[in-house]
Design a protein around this ligand. Structure first.
Ligand code: GLA
Length: 378
């Protein structure tokens, strides 16, 4: 859990934005909820490396340098993350780490980096992805600092099959998420519903668990099509995702056990978005110690029931309506991942209402919305 600069600021990110995000994580209560890592994505580097190949921060946008920024983030009680790529250059054309893994891993450790997002752009010099990602995994393992290794290979070469073996702690499973429900084939990126459908089709839940997580990309809660341009307007006013779509986005990411990386301008976080991101029931489902990924009971239908087992013997259940009509979605304790019992407590994770059932439960679900229940044996 944490915050990443990309979805809000793309290539305009500055040191001031990152400090402001760290402050806002504390002030909004997100840090107290568990959002912990502050990650600077692409474009923090200068256009040229130092003569010895070390990376340098952009002197205009990061005038205090990375170690001072890492100190600031640490002083806020947070962890600090940085970005590079397993190629000659980053996706925005800045110098990256292929062939300089040991040098850069040492540099990251010396700078106080706790998390590395490692992208797939630039010239690969003919090397295959497993080899390129293993080189950085070995370099990070060789430094005397624990650094979370976030593989961003976009799911092109099934990283869920080899991510753990190369030292990865999480790996992206798809192309980039954009702040839309769906994208057309000729548009950049994937919408929220596209990623949910793709995750369902990939059937990769078995690869997911403690110390190695499938990553369906960062949160777009609070973002508009012009994110990074219109600042200081409450996020829930300008977002293009409706309330229902935003709820489904957060609900499914929690059910999937996704790394919850907030990607919005936190200084402008609207109250509804703040409430969503700090919903204790949803975050508890996301962070459940069993670390399972929810699976759907059916694919391609307008409605589906996603469920995952929880450590207390109960289950988290998402009643997801991806269709355009209101739907009544029925399910039963027998068909979700809950231990068999005579009666169950059902908690509606949005409203906080609770009731008892001998097994059956249902919900009226608005188009593109998701109702989440926590079903616990009594
Ligand atoms: C790729 C990644 C994104 C982001 C950008 C930065 O597209 O998938 O998450 O890091 O690069 O350029």
């Amino acid at each position: 859990m944490g915050w990443n600069s990309w979805n809000a600021y793309s290539c305009t990110v500055t040191e001031a934005d990152v400090r402001a995000a760290a402050d806002a994580l504390v002030e909004t209560g997100l840090r107290a909820t568990g959002y912990e890592y502050v990650v600077v994505d692409d474009c923090w580097m200068a256009e040229e490396t130092a003569d010895d190949g070390r990376l340098r921060a952009d002197p205009a946008d990061f005038p205090s340098g990375i170690p001072a920024l890492a100190d600031y983030v640490h002083d806020c009680g947070l962890q600090f993350g940085l970005y590079s790529s397993a190629g000659s250059h980053t996706c925005q054309g800045y110098p990256a780490s292929l062939g300089r893994e040991r040098l850069h891993a040492r540099q990251f450790a010396d700078w106080g980096v706790d998390y590395l997002k490692y992208d797939n752009c630039g010239d690969h010099r003919g090397r295959d992805p497993v080899d390129r990602y293993a080189a950085m995994g070995e370099a990070l393992a060789a430094v005397e600092r624990d650094i979370v290794y976030s593989i961003c290979e976009w799911g092109r070469n099934a990283p869920w099959e080899w991510g753990r073996n190369v030292g990865g702690h999480l790996w992206r499973t798809t192309d980039d998420v954009v702040a839309k429900w769906r994208t057309r084939d000729d548009e950049f990126g994937l919408g929220i519903c596209d990623i949910i459908d793709r995750t369902s089709a990939l059937d990769i839940g078995a690869a997911h668990g403690p110390h190695g997580w499938n990553d369906p990309d960062m949160l777009q809660v609070g973002n508009g099509p012009d994110s990074g341009q219109s600042r200081h307007e409450p996020t829930d006013v300008r977002r293009p995702l409706t309330d229902a779509e935003t709820r489904s986005h957060f609900a499914l990411w929690c059910l999937l056990g996704a790394p919850l990386m907030v990607g919005t301008d936190l200084e402008a976080l609207g109250e509804r978005d703040r409430e969503l991101l700090t919903n204790e029931h949803l975050v508890a489902i996301n962070q459940d110690p069993l670390g399972l990924q929810a699976t759907p009971d059916r694919r391609d239908d307008a409605v589906s029931v996603w469920s995952k087992r929880l450590r207390d013997g109960g289950a988290a259940v998402g009643l997801f309506n991806r269709g355009e009509e209101r739907a009544t979605i029925h399910s039963h304790a027998d068909s979700v991942a809950v231990s068999a019992h005579n009666s169950y407590r059902v908690l509606d994770c949005w409203s906080g209402d609770e009731w008892e059932t001998d097994g059956a439960f249902h919900a009226e679900v608005e188009p593109r919305d998701t109702v989440v229940y926590r079903v616990t044996p009594k």
